[in-house]
Design a protein around this ligand. Structure first.
Ligand code: ADP
Ligand code: MG
Length: 435
């Protein structure tokens, strides 16, 4: 990795400020899903074991610059305390004399958590004074919050002006997994893209076009492509204003020789609700007053066949309205198939809040190669954008021989020559097989 990590400095005797993403669901004062907390534990443990005092910072929800009692981090601190088997006291506010003293008193091996950073509007405004105040609590800054890396906030970007900034272990794993897709991916590479809307995923489709051999499109966003191909989709979710863009993408795929699979049959329902009347129809016969809610069995079969040769798969977005179990067949079938493929050695990377929720329901998260903790961040990364929270981390010094003008792990570099040809041979083989 081209960024320096916690392994690149000596934590002994240092106060390390760690930005984590503890934005977890809380219900009745308890953490409902602690995956994000667990994901940060390796970094915290590493620092403690190497003699650091650890000060954790996170946001929770959208309190919009005010104290919101239900968005206090106490339940998170309690959960973390159980995971680390040591006390995790929490400050009453991220600012103030009390917080400053608590940070100053902290000894090696101890942990302190700051209260919700977004209780102050200055956090999201990336206010310089706020960043400076936070920076005073520590000697070193570590960012382990990949899920927030696409936001330039005081605790992710501003603070790096005042302290040496390193990647945490989770951040490192995320960057490596995501950049492997853009820079050193094993072909054939298939991308399964679903979810509600095309908007927000156009950038990813466009950027991945350079490296992907096969796109498999499902979910609500497939409707816009079906309309671009001349089908009608009844009452389904549709972004009419994006039909032209969808057509452009189809054309681009055609020109670049990228396979672009859309559903051939779908499940349609009279209402998008539990218990609604539903049936399977070919995409040529979607009834006027019905909505597409899932991909059909023939499509599942075709998707599985297309995924079979893939050495790498990226998946974002459920293939149907999986929250209603009857409309979750497509999502469940592909999830199970991909888990099996991952176990046979394929690299399967899944990103996106809802997609990961679907995998959790099926208890399949552990069987995938990598589950991204960042939905929006992972998409922006794959769009080839530079994430501000990653940019500010210290660059690793490159060995002179291979040092380019500016040695930054820039995902966008995948758009240039070498990668285009990297896709070449493997791809034509895949195409030949598929056609
Ligand atoms: P992720 O969070 O994994 O990135 P998105 O947020 O893009 O995924 O999309 C998830 C949502 O898409 C789910 O709530 C799901 O119900 C919805 N969805 C999937 N298929 C359809 C469809 N055919 N019509 C309407 N909504 C759909
Ligand atoms: Mg979502």
């Amino acid at each position: 990795m081209q960024k320096q990590t916690v392994r690149d400095f000596d934590p002994q005797g240092k106060r390390v400020l760690v930005r984590v993403d503890f934005n977890v669901p809380i219900e009745d004062g308890r953490v409902k899903d602690d995956s994000r907390i667990r994901a940060a534990v390796p970094t915290i443990k590493y620092l403690l074991e190497h003699g650091a005092a650890v000060i954790l910072m996170s946001h929770l929800g959208r309190p919009k610059g005010k104290v919101v009692e239900s968005m206090r981090l106490r339940p998170v601190a309690q959960r973390l305390s159980a995971l680390l088997a040591r006390p995790v006291p929490i400050t009453g506010d991220p600012l103030g004399i009390g917080t400053r003293d608590a940070a100053a008193r902290l000894k090696p091996g101890q942990v302190l958590m700051l209260e919700n950073l977004r209780f102050h509007a200055e956090e999201e405004a990336n206010d310089d004074e706020y960043a400076k105040t936070l920076a005073k609590y520590g000697d070193v800054f570590v960012n382990d919050a990949f899920g927030t890396a696409h936001r330039a906030h005081a605790s992710t970007v501003g603070i790096a002006k005042y302290l040496p900034a390193y990647a945490g272990l989770l951040m490192e794993r995320e960057i490596e997994a995501m950049s492997s897709l853009l820079e050193s991916v094993k072909h054939p590479f298939a991308a399964v893209i679903g979810g509600a809307k095309v908007s927000g995923k156009l950038g990813v489709l466009n950027n991945l076009m350079e490296v992907v051999n096969t796109f498999l499109i499902g979910g609500g966003m497939a409707n816009t492509f079906l309309v671009a191909q001349g089908y009608s989709v009844g009452k389904s979710l549709l972004e009419r204003d994006l039909v032209d863009e969808a057509r452009d993408i189809l054309e681009k795929a055609e020109i670049s020789g990228t396979e672009f699979l859309l559903p051939s049959d779908v499940v349609v329902a009279k209402e998008v609700t539990r218990g609604a009347e539903h049936k399977i129809v070919p995409v040529t016969k979607i009834p006027n007053s019905w909505s597409v809610v899932d991909i059909g069995p023939q499509t599942i079969e075709a998707f599985i066949q297309a995924l079979e040769p893939a050495k790498t798969v990226f998946w974002n977005g459920p293939l149907g309205v999986f929250e209603v179990p009857t409309f979750g067949d497509g999502t469940r079938s592909i999830a199970r198939y991909l888990a099996a493929r991952a176990e046979k050695g394929a690299t399967v990377i899944v990103g996106g809040g809802d997609s990961v929720a679907a995998l959790k329901e099926l208890d399949l998260t552990d069987r995938m190669t990598h589950i991204s903790t960042g939905g929006g961040a992972s998409l922006e990364f794959l769009e080839g954008r530079e994430l501000p929270g990653i940019s500010v981390l210290l660059d690793r010094e490159l060995e002179p021989a291979k040092a380019p003008a500016k040695g930054r792990a820039k995902a966008a570099s995948s758009k240039t020559g070498p990668n285009a040809s990297a896709k070449g041979p493997a791809k034509s083989a895949a195409k030949a097989g598929a056609k």
